[in-house]
Design a protein around this ligand. Sequence first.
Ligand code: GSH
Length: 338
Amino acid sequence: MQKQLVTLAASAVLSLSAVSAQAAILDDVKAKGYLQCGVTGGVPGFSAPDSNNVWAGLEVDFCRAMAAAIFNDADAVRFTSLTSQERFTALSAGEVDVLSRTTTWTMSRDTQLGISFVGTMFYDGQGFMVRVEDGIESALDLSGAAICIESGTTTELNAADYFAANGMDFNTVVFVDQDEVVKAYEDGRCDVYTTDSSALAAERSKFANPDDHEILPEIISKEPLGPVVRAGDTQWFNLARWTYFALLEAEELGVSSANVDEMLGSDNPAIKRLLGVEGDFGTPLGVTKDWAYQIVKTVGNYAEIYNKHVGPDTPIGLERGLNALWRDGGIQYSAPIR
Ligand SMILES: N[C@@H](CCC(=O)N[C@@H](CS)C(=O)NCC(=O)O)C(=O)O
């Protein structure tokens, strides 16, 4: 009996220390002085080095927003470029603190890999790109066509489902690296390039003659793309999730990087709570009460980030669509800050 109790006590201590070891990501990040953020090898508008070789994009700005919340400094981020296949092991192994990389939230990833999806920064869907000269009008005309695909993605699985469901011959050319996929398509080794439709628009904007390529009308899947953290550290998960919500809430309340200082004097209780003028919603996250002020001041609200990187006035040219706020006909929606 006594022996059993000792064993029980020992295992309780072990599991407690496992919990506290897991629950330390924010402390580790604060101690090292920067956030390590996993991104793509380069998808314009999402995460790609800009003309000054500085990482930029919607997913990059999510990491910058977290850094603003933690350090009052959106530049306290280092980026690790990861292929689709590498990304989850890099996150699990602690090589990155957060993964913000065109990653689709699926059930098996969320429940079987020891990782947790934070939310959906960008609602996307899978599409197909073809050469205009080939005269293809529908994805249903693609039976037997050579299709370029990146491995380790939902892209592979969705395309297999779609071809099987429509009784079409499935003929893929698979690569680990996105640059190889795009090159193979450009060199004519494939007739079709398939991936998330936002990335198709991004890649097309880089081609010498974008008008020689068209994106077919069919969207064959749901691709909710969002940030991911290691499972088991609630504080870190909450910080990531509420960083995402703060971006949305700021847009909804009309608080932007341009007017955030003026908004500190607002009478609206929701704005007061968001900006830390009333109440303290930062301390429970492990940061200061002006955490969301810091995010909006230095990175902007969701609309600012969207429009800067992927919106209608960028070469990528994506309308808000599903990514509009709920009150504007989209499905982006923050839980209330209160
Ligand atoms: N969203 C899909 C596809 C992700 C993916 O790898 N997409 C490509 C195109 S958007 C990409 O990010 N490539 C960049 C790279 O490999 O560096 C998934 O989560 O599996």
